[in-house]
Design a protein around this ligand. Structure first.
Ligand SMILES: Cc1ncc(COP(=O)(O)O)c(C=O)c1O
Length: 393
């Protein structure tokens, strides 16, 4: 049972108010995307709607095949959201009460919730100061006899150094589930994200590198046994209609979402290239400012779900966020509170001191606007505003 205390006091960061209004630069992402591909999407919709079949039909099957191939994986299973994808993948891996699942402190809360939904305990590790990701060294220190799985998150689109993670998992007989929700289309040493762990969970939240028109997600794997289990779990425990062998979930991806996602998959590599061009403009224009800019390891093809900089101090981050908002530029902070420091996990007793890098970055991270239809002149205007802030224009 979840205990809910509605009288609990909530501290809202002081910059949140300033960021509430839409800005000229940085808003309108979904509208612009619709302008670009709306006709293609409507064509896909026109094909699905008259069929009368809206779940578990041919468009889902087709999209699953396409996404598996795109992700260098044998199989994929369409799921109702990224959160459900993480949860179902961990259930399929046999994660349950008494188990521990190691993940990173600076992620979206769903990464950890998925372990909690299985009845397991999430165990959080700090991050590497350059890549903002977990590393095998950090994970190894937290492995116990209860550890069942590792969930690396390719944060902001920077792929985790997966080779050492997989070696560690092999040594300790652990499952690895990639949380690939920030890195659709990314590569690690020439291999696609989604094919790097035993399975991977992706979110198709609308603003992701590839998003649905609503909620959606997918799991990729090349393990036939995991695939069968995942398929059963996403559709009320069935392998065969009406035969419910286990308690499963109702977490299918709809036909219309699948058909529309097939359209978007055709654009994904081009869109990621556009994100990379925007990142290169920021890299070049901001290189002499006090901001720490994103690092790209040589094993990684970064797909820049977000362009995350680190300000020199919390005070400076707040000032710069408000300054940019006042100049009609939509920057933000993702994620300003570490998952282990959220109320949901206060019983685990973590302190900021457990995450020296993550805790410091949470107070200083400042994400600049970036999306596939973000224009190069907008990126330059954003960078110029920052240069002016630092009086270096
Ligand atoms: C890293 C990460 N994991 C998981 C999720 C959960 O995905 P969804 O919102 O589709 O449930 C998200 C989405 O916001 C995410 O960013």
């Amino acid at each position: 049972m979840t205990k809910i205390d509605l009288s609990r006091k909530i501290d809202i960061p002081d910059w949140v108010d300033a960021l509430m209004k839409p800005t000229k630069i940085g808003s309108g992402e979904m509208e612009r995307q619709w302008e670009e591909i709306g006709d293609e999407v409507m064509e896909a919709l026109k094909k699905v709607m008259p069929t009368g079949k809206y779940t578990m039909g041919p468009y889902l099957k087709k999209f699953e095949e396409e996404f598996a191939e795109f992700s260098d994986s044998k199989f994929s299973v369409g799921i109702s959201s990224g959160t459900a994808a993480l949860h179902i993948a961990l259930e399929a891996m046999g994660v349950g009460p008494g188990d521990e699942v190691i993940t990173v402190c600076n992620t979206y809360v769903a990464t950890a919730f998925a372990a909690s939904y299985c009845g397991a305990t999430p165990v959080f590790v700090d991050i590497d100061p350059k890549t903002y990701n977990l590393t095998a060294e950090l994970v190894e220190k937290k492995i116990t006899s209860k550890t069942k799985a590792i969930v690396p998150v390719h944060l902001y689109g920077h792929v985790v150094d997966m080779g050492p993670i997989m070696e560690l998992a092999k040594k300790h007989n652990l499952y690895v589930l990639e949380d690939a929700s920030h890195a659709h289309g990314g590569y690690y040493k020439g291999r696609r994200v989604g094919s790097l762990g035993h399975a991977a969970a992706f979110s198709f939240y609308p603003s992701k590198n590839m998003g649905a028109y609503g909620d959606g997600g997918i799991i990729t794997t090349s393990d036939p046994e995991l695939f069968e289990k995942i398929r059963m779990l996403r559709y009320v425990g069935q392998r065969v209609k009406f035969i419910h062998e286990v308690i499963g979930f109702q977490d299918r991806l709809d036909e219309i979402q699948a058909a529309m996602l097939s359209v978007k998959l055709r654009h994904l590599d081009d869109w990621n290239n556009q994100r990379r061009k925007i990142a290169a403009i920021y890299d070049e224009m901001l290189k002499d400012t006090p901001l720490q800019l994103p690092y790209v390891a040589d094993y990684c093809h970064h797909v820049f779900y977000s362009y995350a900089t680190i300000a020199p101090s919390e005070k400076e981050r707040t000032k710069l966020l408000v300054y940019l908002a006042n100049h009609d530029i939509g920057a933000f902070a993702m994620y300003p509170i570490l998952v282990p420091m959220q109320g949901a996990y206060e019983d685990l007793g973590y302190q900021d001191a457990d995450f020296p890098v993550g805790a410091s970055y949470a107070t200083r991270v400042l994400n600049l606007p970036i999306f596939e239809t973000f224009r190069e002149d907008e990126a330059r205007a954003t960078a110029e505003a920052i240069l002016a802030y630092y009086d270096r224009a």
